[in-house]
Every structure is written in C-alpha cells, then in structure tokens.
Design a protein around this ligand. Structure first.
Ligand code: UDP
Ligand code: MG
Length: 323
C-alpha cells in the first residue's frame, strides 16, 4: 500500500481559453463531471474549482465563462484585458489560483490531453510529488506535420542544453510551493516548460494518449509554433551565441587553409581570374555574418524587453459564483 503524505488537496484546474467558444461548453461539462467524481471519491476537497482564463478572445468565450460561473458554484472566470498568448495567460491563471489552492493542474481548453490523467496526478501529489508532468505516450492523433515539427523542436532544444520533459506540454500538476517557486521567475519571456524543471522539488510523470482537438482550430499555427520555439531557445540557453563563435573559428581555420592553397597556386603560376571564388566568399561570409547578427540581435532584443520589466498581463475581471 502506498503511503499518502498529503490530505486531499483543494484543487484548482486552470484552463487558458482563446477563441474557444466552440469547445467551452463541452470542456466545462467534462471537467465539471470529473471534479464531482473526484470530490465524491474524497480525492480532493469539496471547494475545489475550475478557473477559465479568457485570453482576450474575440468570440463569445468570455460571455460563456461568465454565464457558467454565475450558474455553477465550482466555475470561476478570469478575463485578461487583451490577448497576451498562451504562456502569459496560463501564468495569470496560475497566479490567481495560487493563494487558495493546494494543488493546481493546468490543461488546454480543447481537452486533447486525457482528463482521466488528472486523478492520477492528484494521487501522485498525495504520495508526495510536488510536480507531476503529463506526458504523451503517443502522438498518433496529431498530423504528421505537427508531430514531426514538435518532436524536432524538443530534440533541438535538448541539443542546445535546455532540460525539459520529452513530449510534455502544459498539462501538469503543481503543488502550491512548486507554483510559488515558478512564479518567482519574473521574466517576461516565460517558457513555462523549461522553467518548471529548474524549480525542482520531487517530480514524477503520468502517461496518457493524446486525443484529437474536440472542436475548433488549433490556435497554434506554424507561425506561433516557430515563435514559441525561438522564445523557448533564446529565453533558456545562450548556446546559439556560443555556436556562432565556433562557426567563426571553423571558418577562420578554413580560410587559413584556403589562403595557403591560393598562395601555392600563385607561386606555381596557375592563377586564374578569380571572379567566382571572390563572389562565393562574399555571399558566404555575408550570410554567416547576417545570421550571427540576427542571433545576437535576438538576445539583445530579450535584454531590451526584460529591462523594461513590463507586466505580463492585466486582469479585467475575476468572476465566481456568489452563493
Ligand atoms: N491559447 C491562449 N492564447 C493564445 C493561443 C492559445 O490562451 O494566444 C490557449 C488555447 O485556447 C488552448 C491552449 O492555449 O487552450 C493551447 O492551444 P491549442 O490547443 O490551439 O494548441 P495546440 O494543441 O494546437 O498546440
Ligand atoms: Mg490543442
């Protein structure tokens, strides 16, 4: 028999929503049912709740959240003043839930992540784990394109030295103290998946199969995925800067070799009009230099943004059932 270290927690499930009018009702009902079951099984406290964060949606998402929160006691809504993106919206929700929850689960509104993993996460929390990662056992339901780009991204990140759990997105349970730790990372470009492992505390994984999006379109088109990848890399590691230095070193060695070769040709009288080699080296060096400047610029841009210490998001209203 497993030893339970913690009593049933007051659980908050935080769900960021951006233009999710099509899935909201389904999501709210499924999570509501799950919450009721867990309460009945005495796995969580009776005052556990759902917190939907509206990330400046342009459709009726907020109206639906507000209506649900006035009707259903366990539903709360948090409206951000504008669209700030998935990571910042999630952090706003986590911050709002921290004071009155012992354990906090974050999950996407489309329920692609299997919600039956949540009771397992709570069980792991009660056994003494502060961080429980939801990990996709398979990505069969994703398109080939989404799967290969996402896996390529995780590989690239790990080559660059960013520690993160493979095939884990933002479906996880955090204890209150782990969440407090996470919220101490005050950076604007927060890449939560990379930060959670830095917080530490005992952690474990729960596996599940990832399903299809319930309805609606992915809110992560290729453009946003690339942006997340660049954010993730440049906010977690400086290894690209180091690679520039290595590249420059290799090219310098190569050009030393080339100089020797050219000298030999010259001395043996084999010189030919060197138009092509000159053009080639101009283009090549131009490319390398612009790439290098671009990468450095990315970090300088980060310094610029972090130096301003701007708030990540603003809360327009926080609604809950008053009864
Ligand atoms: N999301 C958000 N703000 C945004 C984009 C997305 O809050 O600007 C939310 C979205 O509503 C969903 C989650 O982030 O709950 C993940 O988005 P999605 O399911 O579209 O991403 P995918 O699963 O395709 O990577
Ligand atoms: Mg999704």
């Amino acid at each position: 028999m497993t030893v339970l270290r913690y009593p049933p927690p007051r659980l908050a499930i935080v769900v960021p929503c951006y233009n999710e009018a099509e899935v909201f009702t389904y999501c709210q009902q499924e999570l509501g049912k799950l919450l009721d079951e867990m309460k009945k099984d005495l796995l969580i406290q009776a005052d556990s709740y759902l917190l939907f964060v509206d990330d400046g949606s342009k459709d009726t998402t907020w109206e639906q959240i507000a209506a649900a929160s006035s009707r259903i006691p366990c539903v709360q809504g948090l409206k951000l003043s504008r669209n700030v993106g998935h990571q910042s919206a999630l952090l706003a929700g986590l911050e709002a839930a921290r004071p009155d929850a012992d354990a906090i689960v974050s999950i996407d509104a489309d329920l692609q992540d299997d919600i039956t993993a949540i009771p397992k996460m709570v069980q792991a929390y009660r056994e003494g784990y502060d961080v429980v990662y939801g990990v996709r056992a398979s990505r069969e339901s994703d398109t080939w394109f989404k799967r290969s780009t996402a896996e390529g991204f995780y590989r690239l990140m790990s080559v660059m030295g960013v520690k993160q759990v493979f095939n884990h997105a933002d479906f996880r349970l955090l204890s209150q103290r782990a969440l407090s730790g996470l919220l101490e990372y005050s950076e604007r470009n927060a890449y939560i998946r990379g930060l959670v492992p830095l917080v530490g505390f005992p952690s474990t994984e729960v596996y599940y199969a990832r399903g299809l999006r319930t309805a609606g379109e992915s809110k992560y088109p290729l453009r946003k995925m690339l942006a997340l990848a660049v954010e993730g890399i440049t906010s977690m590691t400086i290894s690209p800067l180091r690679m520039i230095a290595y590249l420059g070193f290799c090219i310098s060695i190569l050009s030393l070799g080339a100089t020797a070769y050219i000298l030999v040709l010259k001395l043996t009288g084999h010189t030919i009009a060197g138009w092509s080699s000159v053009m080639l080296s101009i283009f090549f060096m131009g490319g390398v230099q612009m790439l290098s400047l671009g990468i450095i610029g990315e970090y300088v841009g980060k310094i610029y943004i972090e130096a301003k210490k701007r708030p990540r998001s603003h809360i327009e209203s926080h609604v809950r059932h008053d009864g």
